[in-house]
Design a protein around this ligand. Structure first.
Ligand SMILES: Nc1ncnc2c1ncn2[C@@H]1O[C@H](COP(=O)(O)OP(=O)(O)OP(=O)(O)O)[C@@H](O)[C@H]1O
Ligand SMILES: CCCC(=O)O
Length: 359
């Protein structure tokens, strides 16, 4: 029997770019990255205000590729800051779009994924889905405790790429995904990590609990943070920005670009080297913090995300964590592919999409 053809548009809105790709079943037909001008982005008050601009960017990309929306079977968008979700696909509906538009948990670029997918799919009457949203939450109860009963730990990490690389690693190791224990550290503009056991992400280091990263502060001493918030130097928005956007490498070195930092190090800048090495040191400690979750029985540590292209970073981290388990480097991210493949499984009936229930 002839294989049924499904064309799927994947949309991944990032903090500085919008990435799209069109797949025909498992084959990528084309992909495009639109880099958004930083000054232009700064002129928008919230992510949702960028909707029209990003939508036009996507339509322009499709037009340049001479590709019509009418050819598509479905649209897949990166899942954003919704309430805690299960892994896998969710059908995008008006309730989800309204939640992300009017009361998202956090103002995050990924919130635009579902809204853009819903609008583009709606114009031709096809379904749209998110897949492995950033808020997939499979934490065990013990992992939710903080020491302050009114504060509860919640999962939030680079789920899409982490699960995709972990699934591939299990295959490479010839193991069933449900039988392995992996620690995965995604290192991009933000750094997050997870421990996957029994096929579930049973604990997570979010970008506010772990290492500092190119643009985020990560975990900071909490009493000093309270003092800073009440110092009169900050309001809620500016304090949040200092932690996310203006933290990490940006705060120490004035750039979120790791390649610029490496250039400084190559020119003998010892301070830049200390900070860059500090980021790797914290990333390694984050990995170490997750090992006891599975009592040290870790099959493999996976370093992924764009920073995993850096031999300096992966070398420093590996030197500190290789005693826990073998380290595998899977540089970059395959988020567009992971979105398309997930939705393809739904269209083929191999997976069932969940329905979103607004709280
Ligand atoms: N080849 C490379 N070697 C080292 N660092 C790199 C390389 N390519 C990109 N980076 C750095 O990786 C960091 C993250 O970049 P990227 O644009 O992938 O992040 P992002 O997609 O915005 O973030 P996230 O992965 O958190 O969603 C930046 O500091 C960038 O300079
Ligand atoms: C929210 C999960 C990914 C990130 O930290 O940006």
């Amino acid at each position: 029997m002839m294989e049924k053809i499904y064309k799927i548009l994947s949309i991944n809105p990032g903090s500085t770019s919008t990435k799209i790709a069109v797949y025909e079943n498992e084959t990528e037909l084309f992909h495009k990255t639109v880099l958004h001008d930083a000054a232009q982005l700064a002129s928008y008050e919230s992510m949702v205000d960028q909707l029209q601009m990003r939508k036009e960017a996507i339509l322009n990309c499709l037009q340049e590729a001479d590709f019509s929306l009418t050819e598509l079977a479905a649209v897949a968008g990166r899942g954003g800051k919704l309430p805690p979700l299960q892994q896998g696909a969710y059908k995008i509906d008006k309730a989800m779009v309204d939640f992300l538009t009017f009361r998202p948990i956090d103002d995050h670029a990924s919130n635009l994924g579902a809204i853009l997918a819903y609008e583009l799919a709606g114009s031709t009457g096809i379904p749209s889905y998110i897949y492995d949203a950033v808020v997939v939450d499979e934490l065990e109860e013990i992992a939710r405790l903080t020491g302050v009963p009114e504060l509860t730990r919640k999962a939030s990490c680079h789920v899409l790429n982490m699960r995709a690389v972990a699934l591939k690693m299990a295959k490479k190791l010839n193991k069933d995904f449900r039988d392995v224990n992996f620690i995965v550290s995604h290192m991009g503009g933000g750094i997050t990590a997870t421990v996957i056991s029994g096929g579930r992400m049973i604990d997570v280091l979010t970008d506010e609990e772990g290492p500092f990263s190119p643009e985020r502060a990560g975990r900071v001493p909490c009493r000093q943070l309270v003092d800073l918030c009440f110092s009169g130097q900050h309001n809620r928005a500016s304090a949040t920005k200092r932690m996310r956007g203006q933290g990490g490498l940006v705060a120490y070195l004035g750039t979120n670009n790791a390649l610029e930092v490496e250039a400084k190090i190559n020119n003998g800048d010892k301070y830049a080297e200390l900070i860059y090495q500090g980021m790797a040191y914290q990333a390694a400690k984050g990995i170490g913090e997750l090992a006891p979750v599975v009592k040290g029985k870790v099959d493999c540590i996976i370093l992924t995300g764009a920073l995993a292209y850096s031999p300096l970073i992966t070398g420093w981290i590996t030197a500190r964590v290789a005693f826990i388990a073998p380290v595998e480097i899977v540089a970059g991210e395959n988020e567009l592919e992971a979105l398309a493949y997930g939705v393809l499984r739904v269209l083929r009936g191999e997976e069932q999409a969940h329905l979103f229930v607004a709280p």
